[in-house]
Structures are given as structure tokens and as C-alpha cells.
Design a protein around this ligand. Structure first.
Ligand code: PLP
Length: 370
């Protein structure tokens, strides 16, 4: 097996840090005290040699998500969760249908397991909703898996309810598995809305505490799926981690009862920043307004106006880094070159208002020069 480079993550690691970072797709990190941890003693009652075969957080999380525990598997983040799902489902010669624009690892993973990836478009014109009829037409007897995100990364648009149900029907009618990466979904509202795995036994959802909950460093995520799939994951567990890491599990036990409070915190960070972004994009010289379906997550994905859409966003962002010590993510890395992605989750409204004119100045010097 030869993993190919994930260009986006390589760029990310090589280009950052910068002074003015508008790339980050996480919400600001929480302090341990926000989930009731003041000292190590608050999480670790046993000595560090203590081993539990099942992560103690699982039942707590299942209760919080209103899922039977046998439909839940705890993983070390959404990325390992996505890896495990692909590993169990995808084989050489399969076809996997992946959304575009896409978070690149979601396409590279099935390729790494030998599948051919075909992309289905989520266009600006269609408010980044998938074209369900078009998707159905792409399914054939080689199609093993369909992969999409909700909220959509990069646009942060939520799947409309009618499309969630249509994807459930499609998974049942064609007997095809669907992987929905829901890592941004809990940013959408304070009351958690159940994920797509509830709509069909063929839908598998992945999630984590990274994006919407401000705990990227914890490495705590999960998989929601019907019980026979979860059972396979349990079997596989003995091939790799055997037992789950203890410290993230202990911290998760503190965080799980606070999930609603953390979502309220996320909401309170994002809402004012969305207002600022909308105002900024009104009559913007280079960028269009956001699509009509209101994005709700940690990122926005503005598109350049037609006259500027041919811009090489990788070069443009390089210019921003060199000239302004500022970075946004080039749309190129999501297969959507005429866009840039901005993160809203780590700045206060005041910082945001200060940074957007710097971004505008960088855009102006680039386009004036062209
Ligand atoms: C769609 C998507 N899934 C997963 C991840 C990573 O999640 P985790 O840190 O839980 O592995 C990212 C990070 O950018 C992402 O955009």
C-alpha cells in the first residue's frame, strides 16, 4: 500500500503558522476548567497502568446521542474513524463516489485502499446540495461507498432535510453504504440534531470533539452505525489499539455531559462572525455573497466574481502570506479553484473586523498587479 500525498494537509503544515491565520476550521479550544477539570486528579482516579477493555465514555456518549451503545464505536478522532470505515468497506476494484468540493483526505482514503474515485458535484448554484438524481445515475454494480460531509466542508452548508431522507432512501434502494462525515454538524445548533445514520442501516456517520467542541488535541471521535458494522470494528480493535487510550477517555467523560453547553459556546462564537462576513461580502469588489442556503459551520467558502474566478488561489494565498503574513485556504485544495475558505471559529468579532481589511488589502495588491 502506497499512501499518496494529501496536498492540502501538506500545504497546511508547510505554510503555517502565519500571524493572521484565517485558515483554521476549529472552534477556539476550550480550557480544561470549562469541563470541570482543574487538576490531573480530576480525571485520573486510577494509576496510569489501569486498563479498561471498553472505553468507559462509550455508554455515556451513547446516552447523550440517544443511541444504543452497540451502535457506537469510539475512535481517536473523525480521521481515524473515516480510515476504519474505508478499511472495512473498500477493496481494490471498487468505485467510491465522493462529493466535490471535498476535504481531500475523504477522496485519498478510498484510493489508498485501491478504489477508483468518481466525484459528484455540490455546486454553488445548487446551494452546495448534492444532485440526488445525478448521484443515483452514477451508481453501478461496482459502487461500494458514497462519501459526503454534513455540514459540508468547505461551504458549511447543511444538507436540506429532504436530501437527508433522499440519501437514506438511495442507500436502501441501491443497497450501497454511505459514509457521512458529521464532524461539523454539531456547530449548527445548540440542540443536537440526530445524524444521518438513523435514516438507514446502510448509513455510517463519523464525528469527533475536534471542530464543533473545541477539543482538537483530545483525539476523541466516534462512529455511529448499525450494530453488525460496529461489531466488526470491535473485532478489528484487537488488531490495532486493543484497548482505547485512557486519558482522552477520562477527559471525554467530563466533556460529554457538557456537550450542550459547549455547542452554545460554539454558537455564540460563530453567530456574530457570520454577521460580519455577510456585511463584508455585500458589494465586495472581488467576491460573491454566500449561497442562499445559510451556512452554519466554522468555515465559509466565498467564490470569486466571474471576472476574477480564474485566479490561481495557491499563488494568491502565497502572496497574502508573503505580503501580509495572512493565510486563508486556497479553494484549489477542495477541487474548487475559484474560491477561498475562511475559518470563523477562532477569532473574536473585534479581531475579525481588524483582519478582513488586511485580507482586502492583500487581494487588492494581487489583482492590481495582474
Ligand atoms: C471533514 C473533516 N473530517 C475530519 C476532520 C478531522 O477530524 P479529527 O480531528 O477528528 O480527526 C477534518 C479536519 O479538517 C475535516 O474537515
Amino acid at each position: 500500500m502506497e499512501p499518496s500525498e494529501i496536498a492540502y494537509l501538506r500545504w497546511f503544515k508547510e505554510s503555517l503558522p502565519v500571524t493572521h491565520d484565517l485558515c483554521d476550521s476549529c472552534i477556539s479550544g476550550i480550557a480544561p476548567k470549562e469541563i470541570g477539570i482543574k487538576s490531573f486528579k480530576d480525571i485520573q482516579s486510577e494509576d496510569l497502568g489501569f486498563n479498561e477493555f471498553y472505553p468507559g465514555s462509550r455508554d455515556l456518549l451513547a446516552e447523550e446521542l440517544r443511541l444504543p451503545p452497540e451502535e457506537l464505536y469510539v475512535a481517536q478522532g473523525a480521521s481515524p474513524a473515516n480510515f476504519l470505515v474505508n478499511m472495512l468497506l473498500v477493496e481494490k476494484g471498487d468505485t467510491v463516489l465522493v462529493e466535490s468540493p471535498v476535504y481531500e483526505p475523504l477522496a485519498r482514503l478510498p484510493e489508498m485502499f485501491g478504489a477508483k474515485v468518481k466525484y459528484f458535484e455540490r455546486t454553488y448554484e445548487n446551494n452546495y446540495q448534492p444532485d440526488i438524481e445525478g448521484l443515483k445515475e452514477m451508481i453501478d454494480d461496482k459502487t461500494k461507498l458514497i462519501v459526503l460531509t454534513d455540514l459540508h466542508n468547505p461551504s458549511s452548508v447543511k444538507l436540506m432535510d429532504q436530501n437527508c431522507f433522499a440519501i437514506g432512501d438511495l442507500a436502501d434502494d441501491h443497497n450501497v453504504k454511505v459514509l457521512v462525515d458529521e464532524v461539523y454538524r454539531d456547530a449548527v445548533s445548540i440542540t443536537r440534531v440526530s445524524g444521518l445514520s438513523r435514516l438507514s442501516p446502510n448509513i455510517i456517520a463519523t464525528n469527533s470533539f475536534t471542530k464543533s467542541y473545541g477539543m482538537a488535541g483530545l483525539r476523541y471521535g466516534w462512529i455511529e452505525a448499525e450494530s453488525s458494522f460496529i461489531q466488526k470494528l470491535r473485532v478489528f480493535q484487537n488488531y490495532h489499539v486493543v484497548v482505547h487510550p485512557q486519558v482522552p477517555d477520562m477527559i471525554a467523560r467530563k466533556a460529554i455531559p457538557k456537550m450542550a453547553k459547549l455547542r452554545a459556546r460554539t454558537h455564540s462564537i460563530l453567530e456574530p462572525n457570520y454577521k460580519i462576513i455577510r456585511g463584508w461580502l455585500q458589494n465586495h469588489p472581488y467576491l460573491e455573497q454566500l449561497p442562499a442556503v445559510t451556512p452554519a459551520g466554522v468555515t465559509v467558502f466565498p467564490r470569486f466574481k466571474p471576472k476574477y474566478r480564474g485566479v490561481d488561489t495557491v499563488k494568491l494565498v502565497h502572496h497574502l502570506i508573503v505580503r501580509e503574513n495572512m493565510a486563508v485556504v486556497p479553494g484549489h485544495f477542495f477541487r474548487a479553484p475559484g474560491h477561498i475558505r475562511l475559518g470563523l471559529g477562532k477569532k473574536t468579532p473585534k479581531e475579525f473586523k481588524r483582519l478582513l481589511p488586511i485580507l482586502d488589502r492583500g487581494l487588492k495588491t494581487w489583482f492590481d498587479h495582474k
